[in-house]
Design a protein around this ligand. Structure first.
Ligand code: SF4
Ligand code: SF4
Length: 369
């Protein structure tokens, strides 16, 4: 007997699908399932994190409701996936954070931190808050860098610990030979969102007509985030190694990377939110909606506040915008290990396992070595 109702239902569905096999060409989940005769918790968590929730197997299934078999793979795997995020979180005491209303927590944290910075400036010299120009009059660079370095290191530690929990749970221990090839294959599959294409036709959203919109907006968001991250790193390198503090011109690396990154992040996140609220609820785990929206909104607000800050830095709005931007980024980093951000990490791990299984032509997860 599985630990939760979602795992029990996932085990039932995988047994039905393993007899049917109609969907084997749609994504990686079904070929991985076909390598197994039984499904333990680690197997189901692996398959759930391998699923990209494209919805194709729900639309194509002849046994989906109202059929008495009630087969709904996307929603069931979404529930198992959300539970797995919570069970892998580190430290254990913070696991309940996954059940809280993610949107409210993220926005309150962002506003709280922004209010702290603005209040600090108001208490010392209110004029600084309403003057354009250098960011560092509002918050000295060293304090800013130390604060964000500390939050980033904590988030990194918590994410690594979570990934170790995922890896142990799946029991994927037997992929050392050829691990490098599996990782490279997983990088290519993740970078192209190969399994978000519904078997080649696109992702199902609000009706039975698939489109590639979700993949497009996901790409804009992901690559926008990576460009913004690279922009921040390049600014840090210029500041500390080349003694070139901000502001930077439009022809220097921080802006060359940051402007397209900010646009991608803003447009991509807005598109993902638009699609999420139009999506047919039948394929979604509605309990995770708050967590999903909080993550996407935090990414979008990071991009938007960064772009506004760049455009309005010489105006009196600079102080408030900088406080808001730092607040949103701080909340985003702090909530990374306890929200939707982790889906990328565990999905990448699942893709590595899948690449290894394809190479070895046998399962490598728990109980199947
Ligand atoms: S989702 Fe439906 S059609 Fe697809 S393999 Fe499972 S039972 Fe068959
Ligand atoms: S929702 Fe898409 S990715 Fe998930 S199992 Fe079904 S076909 Fe595969």
């Amino acid at each position: 007997m599985q630990e939760t109702d979602a795992l029990t239902e996932a085990e039932r569905l995988m047994t039905v699908c393993n007899s049917c096999r109609y969907c084997e060409g749609l994504c990686a989940v079904f070929p991985a399932m076909e390598l197994r005769r039984s499904f333990e918790k680690g197997d189901l968590n692996y398959l759930a994190n391998l699923c990209h929730n494209c919805g194709a197997c729900y639309t194509d299934c002849q046994f989906s409701p109202p059929h008495e078999f009630k087969v709904n793979v996307p929603r069931t795997l979404a529930k198992v996936r959300a539970q797995s995020f919570k069970s892998y979180a580190w430290p254990k005491a913070f696991r309940p954070l996954f059940e809280r209303n993610g949107l409210v927590i993220a926005m309150l944290s962002a506003l709280g931190f922004a209010g702290f910075i603005a209040g600090f400036a108001l208490a010392h010299d209110p004029e600084i808050l309403f003057q354009g120009g250098s960011f560092y009059r509002l918050m000295p660079h060293n304090i800013m860098a130390t604060l964000f370095m500390a939050v980033s290191l904590y988030a990194l530690l918590a994410l690594v610990m979570g990934f170790i929990n995922f890896w142990r749970d799946t029991g994927a221990s037997d992929i050392r030979s050829g691990a490098g090839i599996s990782i490279w294959q997983a990088v290519k599959d993740a970078a192209s969102l190969r399994y978000l294409d519904g078997g080649g036709v696109g992702c199902y959203n609000e009706d039975e007509y698939p489109t590639d919109r979700r993949r497009l907006f996901h790409h804009l968001t992901f690559y926008g985030f990576m460009l913004c991250f690279a922009s921040t790193i390049s600014g840090t390198v210029l500041h500390y190694l080349f003694d070139q503090p901000a502001p930077y011109s439009y022809f220097e690396l921080p802006k060359l990377l940051g402007i397209p990154g900010g646009i991608g992040l803003t447009v991509g996140a807005a598109g993902l939110l638009w699609l999420k609220f139009r999506r047919d609820e039948v394929m979604m785990d509605m309990k995770s909606l708050g967590m999903d929206v909080a993550f996407i909104a935090s990414l979008g607000l990071t991009g938007l506040s960064g772009l506004l800050l760049m455009l309005l830095r010489e105006t009196p709005a600079m102080g408030i915008l900088l406080s808001l931007h730092l607040g949103v980024v701080f909340a985003l980093f702090l909530s990374m290990p306890y929200g939707k951000f982790v889906h990328g990490l565990y999905r990448f791990g699942a893709l590595v396992i899948y690449a290894a299984e394809r190479k070895l032509d046998r399962p490598v997860t728990h109980g199947h070595e």
